[in-house]
Design a binder for this molecule. Sequence first.
Ligand code: MBD
Ligand code: FE
Length: 289
Amino acid sequence: MTDQNTDDETQARAADSGAGATAAFQSKTGQGAGLEDVTPERVNTLATEVLTAVHDTIRKHKVTYAEYDALKAWLISVGEDGEWPLFLDVWVEHVVEEVANEDREGTKGSIEGPYYVPNAPELAADATLPMREDESGTALTFQGQVTAVGGAPIPGAKVEIWQADAQGFYSQYAPGIPEWNLRGTVIADEQGRYQIGTLQPAPYQIPTDGSCGKLIAAAGWHAWRPAHLHLKVSAPGCQLITTQLYFPGDPHNEDDIASAVKPELMLDIQPAESGEGNQTTYNFELDPA
Ligand code: MBD
Ligand code: FE
């Protein structure tokens, strides 16, 4: 297939990210992925409705055998490329997240995506994320407070953060990056506060050289997500929230390929008081468990 993006310095590759994301998902869930926990009634209802929607689409658009075979070939290739996690997280997860979090009052959620790794190194409340000595990018101090809904501070809340570097690459999903680069588990102080030194991530283009890229090219879409920070914020007695934060002015805030931007998740970026780079404050409010 053709690779639309020739700038491979700043382009994630399917081979580097797909297999790793599939292996990580399988080690999280086991191969069976919980199907045994879903009742036959539920499987019957959902599988029947999804298949009926497919049948209706075929009738409505008079889908041909050529199109059916193209679909079959593409579905096979998604698995071969290890891109089922990427495909599902980009085009489906946002609705699962919407439903899962519809009753929350605290901080809005957003999708986890395929690149979370549990158990990143624990860091103190005032910390710098692990990064290379010559890590490039604009310095960013990310600070704030974790409270319960209503405002009570949560001492020792856990703030897990992971992000792409200034070239748009995630550690463990691109070659040559130290294992825990730009990943950390920050433990908030006794007032629930944290101050995290990091760098502004680049906008992220999902791999264009694999099956998801093939779909994007065939449909005439684009492959971009806006720059974002990923977070999981949690504390005993509270519901964990998985979310993302975004940077004002990013051209892809309006057309995120993963449909995961919400206005409540926009950062307010200011020049750093220290004079170096930028700073931003974002507070998290956790719903009770
Ligand atoms: C990402 O960085 C991401 O956050 C999602 C949801 C999908 C692909 C790449
Ligand atoms: Fe991401």
